[in-house]
Design a protein around this ligand. Sequence first.
Ligand SMILES: *Cc1c(COP(=O)(O)O)cnc(C)c1O
Length: 220
Amino acid sequence: MDYHERVHKVLRRIKNAEQNSPFHENIKLIAVSKMVTSTQIAELYKLGCTAFGENKIQSLDEKCKELYTLSIEWHFIGRLQTNKINRLIELNPALIHSCDSLELALEINKRVKERRLDVLLQINSAREDTKAGVLPESALKTYEEILKNCPKLNLKGVMSIGAHTEDISVIQKSFETTREIYERVMSLGAKYCSMGMSGDFELAIKCGANIIRLGSVLFK
Ligand SMILES: *Cc1c(COP(=O)(O)O)cnc(C)c1O
């Protein structure tokens, strides 16, 4: 299958899920390009995908530079080590999805110079040891603390990775948990609920995602 067919098939699936979701959100698609080259990103860009996500600072840096002539909106979705924060800020990403603690938010806040930086709070909604993020019960408090203590950050919502299991009801539960937190922080200015990947994006949309992050279904 070529990219054209592949992308249009995915867009149709998104549209469908959107129409069948009780939430009526406008879904924003982030093409996760961590597995592919700049050439492949440029091909998808030509087909109308303009937002891309990377999970490593090094690759984000290289791809930003190689593709600087395209008006790509870059998203950072990976674990962020303190010693790489300055480099990430220099790359001026559109949105950092993976701010996973108050401590990290404070560290980013300390280093931002001019423009405020858009970030999401990552929630470990399935309470998995292997995953980053704040636990659901502390999410609201952490969200408020970041708003209060990080004036250089625009906290814009929440992000989560669906439960790592074959059990659909458990995945669904993890999305519902994230959506509930999102709804509680909407009155604090939250706009984005980033959840759903190649294997579970339709379920995520049904549970109220408005940003989905797709890699393999687009590129493989
Ligand atoms: C890799 C990755 C994705 C995309 O995963 P696919 O299953 O390939 O769609 C989405 N979000 C995060 C945080 C990722 O690391």
